[in-house]
Design a protein around this ligand. Structure first.
Ligand code: PEP
Length: 251
């Protein structure tokens, strides 16, 4: 059984103070112990304070929104994976479409980041997804397969079951225009089939696939009913604690 995983991607929102207030509130609003796994991905500047605040009752986990592939060195403004591990991060989002589009992150860099995250004993949340133009041209499967192939080149078969893939159609991110549960399920199923071909059926059965793109309290339950949707990656609707609490309690 794959445990449902709900991830909040705050992007460049919430100061340390705001993040702490949110974390205290959401801890009170969680579904009964262990039913779902909840991860907050705040800006880097909040990770330390949140790791201290959450350490007393670590029912909510921490993730980072990005990392550099090198361990350390002259990379002004960057953060290496080991720095995140030290702050009790368990997850790192890699290859988010905003990183790819706004910061020109390439498949090769994404691949090196995934390797760095695993090398530091954390779990990558590897984001993939097609643009509207690519979907319109019928290229969704091709794009997804290329991103998977390039991004996971360095991943050992033994790590594959732990992977988290986030299918985030670019046209659905921050637009209010989410993929239908059927559209999402179709791609998720194709992703799992890709894992069967490139790793093993057992790995494919264990790795989790999140859907991301305009997830809201009102569409979470219907998405989560699909057999290959194991969780959601939430941007805008994770900023308001009431709305995120409803998503986390979708059942
Ligand atoms: C995201 O940024 O990963 C995301 C899915 O954003 P939103 O929920 O706002 O579409």
């Amino acid at each position: 059984m794959r445990k449902p995983l709900i991830v909040a991607n705050w992007k460049m929102n919430h100061t340390v103070k705001e993040g702490l207030k949110f974390a205290t509130r959401i801890q009170k609003d969680l579904p009964s112990e262990g039913q779902v796994e909840v991860v907050l991905c705040p800006p880097f500047t909040s990770l330390y304070s949140l790791s201290v605040a959450l350490s007393e009752k670590p029912t909510v986990k921490l993730g980072a929104q990005n990392c550099h592939w090198e361990e350390k060195g002259a990379f002004t403004g960057e953060i290496g994976a080991a720095f995140l591990k030290e702050l009790n991060c368990e997850y790192v989002i890699v290859g988010h479409s905003e990183r790819r589009q706004l910061f020109h992150e390439t498949d090769k860099e994404v691949c090196k980041k995934i390797a760095a995250v695993f090398a530091n004993e954390m779990t990558p949340i590897f984001c993939i997804g097609e643009t509207e133009d690519q979907r319109d041209k019928g290229k969704t499967a091709e794009v997804i397969e290329r991103q998977l192939g390039e991004g996971l080149k360095e991943v050992f078969a033994s790590s594959a079951p732990a992977l988290v893939i986030a299918y985030e159609p670019v046209w659905a991110i921050g637009t209010g225009k989410n993929a239908t549960p059927e559209q999402a399920q179709e791609v998720h199923e194709a992703i799992r089939r890709w894992f069967v071909r490139h790793f093993t059926a057992s790995a494919a059965g264990q790795m989790r696939i999140l859907y991301g793109g305009s997830v809201k309290p009102d569409n979470t339950a219907v998405l989560m009913k699909k057999p290959d949707i194991d969780g959601v990656l939430v941007g805008g609707a994770s900023l308001e604690v009431d709305s995120f609490a409803r998503i986390v309690n979708y059942t």
